[in-house]
Design a protein around this ligand. Sequence first.
Ligand code: NAD
Length: 486
Amino acid sequence: MTDYPTQPTASHFVNGAYLEDTTGDVIDVIYPATGAVIGRVHAATPAVIEAAITSGRAAQVEWAKLSRREQGRILLRAAEMIRARNRELSVLETHDTGKPLQETLVADATSGADALEYFGGLAGSLTGEHIQLGEDWAYTRREALGLCVGIGAWNYPTQIACWKGAPALACGNAMVFKPSETTPLSALKVAEILHEAGLPAGLFNVVQGAGAVGGALVNDPRVDKVSLTGSVPTGQKVYAQAAAGLRHVTMELGGKSPMVVFEDADIDDAVGGAILGNFYSSGQICSNGTRVFVHKSIREAFLTRLAERLEGAVMGDPLDEAVNFGPMVSEGQIAIVERYVAKGIEEGARLVCGGKRLDKEGYWMPATVFADVTDDMTIAREEIFGPVMCVLDFEDEVEVLARANDTEYGLAAGVFTRDLARAHRMVAGFEAGTCFINSYNDAPVEMPFGGVKMSGVGRENSKAAIEHYSQVKSVYVRMGKVDAPF
Ligand code: NAD
């Protein structure tokens, strides 16, 4: 176990320092590429949760007294430190998730740094407004919510910690962050770096644990907001619990997003988009365009080009930078994918490639493509969260839009066409929070990200996130006498 550079200093980071309590349940950290246990943390006990909440609340009161520019400067410093340590953090993220280093070097710590940089820069310009009312006037104060709880999924541990932490801190809040129990390592480093950058103790606490620890945080009356990234069933539970205390929520949940490829599309771009939107991070991305609707007239050309491009997938040691396709995160997740593959075959979809886990240690599932998929098949209706692409045929724009929207989810949607008017018509019609034209899965911090329908509530990133981490207080100011009836 000690051969790996991954054993954390301690399980939790609370009140500016690492904290251990070995009486909490043991959580093994497993390297998905080999299945080996490479670290061990303990779930937070009630004492650890208490320390995280009380130190968070106390620190927030002092934090909110600083000028926003001073707050922002600390986030900017943390962003710089993350960039300077990108390789070390990427190696850690690769151990935590199994994602190839080729990916983590460009998509994980770097996107976390983007969020800290963006919200750090924005902090100084977060203001209320002045409203003139004749001689009287009103003003608004943009105030922090207080103590926010962030709960993460396992696919982007560093990014999720920063996407939640950066706007929360920039708006004057404290955060208690609970990473997924599957990937507990990276968020600890984010906390460590934030504090090295000058963040006062207690403002960004990390506690480990599974659903029970998450539930204890969500139910605590001292918590003002909950931001969850996870599955729809977890979102329903957490949203209901948060509602009992009328706490603010952001819910970033699952999806079964459509990608529509028209007959006039640039086939190589469309295939590239479909590869990014189905196989990056071994398909473990919430916004993936897993229902690829391809116009009947170009279906064979699309599948042929896709098969050629998939030859370029290199599976192997994720720490080898030539490798571009990693393992799935866990035995549990690959077992889910195997069940869906079997279901797809049973229900009559045509397995074009992949579908069978590799006969080696770790959780390796190659790129899997099903063609001749129909709307009613289980693999076209349910989120799989693995490297499984479903290719469906269509003939007509109106028909494909209705079919694209015929899902309980609404996270993302994409369209590939050279017809500009059609692209914008499709986007206007998509029931999805995040759309792409001739592209797929771009998520720059400047652009709002989030879902509609069962895929979520609220938005992360961009100025839109400010609305979800702050509240407005209105102040009426009378300049003359008070005119009372008696
Ligand atoms: P999950 O729902 O199993 O767990 C998510 C987090 O919630 C974990 O930290 C878990 O410990 C915690 N949790 C579980 N039960 C809880 C409870 N009762 N109370 C409080 N917390 C609880 O999801 P996962 O398997 O970690 O991640 C995969 C899912 O996340 C997929 O559905 C995927 O689409 C979704 N996801 C969404 C986004 C997005 O931004 N929309 C991003 C990544 C992943």
